[in-house]
Write a protein that binds this ligand. Structure first.
Ligand code: GAR
Length: 188
């Protein structure tokens, strides 16, 4: 694919979804290329993938959200970014940021939305004795985990599952679902 969409990924932590997106983006037919990675955590383990794959990256503190968004927008515009993926990014973006960016933003969330928006999704699913957990890729709007759903994947919760085993199982599915959802955004 000649004209891949110049994209940015926001992270806060381990970056395993970032890694899966970087790997997918190296496929000829994947619609996006990752030109910038922004972390709001200076110690995010995921930054090691930026270094490993020689992708430009920035850390901006989000202690002051307005400043974080202003700094991020500046870099995003400078790099002519036209698509933003949130991958384990643990802050809510403001309406102003979303509007000022002006292009599509997507997020991956570890639950079957609209169930369990916010944090501790697997703990809540186990506590409620749900038969399934899973993950969702959705567009980002100004309400938490509420934008239009692009794709979802169920993961069965077995009786012996713990927070740890369920988190791992769902994460493995996230790594497949996120690239698939991004292909769907641009190919459908
Ligand atoms: C993933 O499970 C992702 O769905 C979740 O954080 C984890 C990040 O893992 N995101 C959220 O909870 C967003 N509200 P990673 O850093 O290894 O990709």
């Amino acid at each position: 694919m000649v004209n891949k969409i110049r994209s940015c990924v926001f992270i806060s932590g381990n970056g395993s979804n970032l890694r899966s997106l970087i790997k997918s983006s190296r496929d000829y037919n994947f619609p996006i290329k990752i030109k910038l990675i922004i972390s709001n955590n200076p110690n995010a383990k995921g930054l090691r993938f930026a270094k490993q794959y020689s992708i430009p990256y920035k850390f901006f503190s989000s202690d002051n959200k307005e400043k974080f968004e202003r700094n991020s927008l500046f870099e995003i515009k400078k790099k002519k970014i036209k698509f933003l993926c949130l991958a384990g990014f643990m802050k809510i973006l403001s309406k102003n940021f979303i509007k000022a960016f002006g292009y599509k933003i997507v997020n991956i969330h570890p639950s079957l939305l609209p169930k369990y928006k916010g944090l501790n999704t697997h703990t809540r699913a186990i506590k409620n004795k749900d038969k399934y957990s899973g993950c969702t890729v959705h567009f980002v709007n100004s309400k938490l985990d509420s934008g239009k759903i692009i794709l979802q994947k169920n993961v069965k919760i077995k009786r012996r599952d713990t927070l740890n085993t369920l988190t791992k199982k769902v994460l493995l599915e996230e790594h497949k679902l996120y690239p698939k959802a991004i292909s769907k955004v641009f190919n459908n």
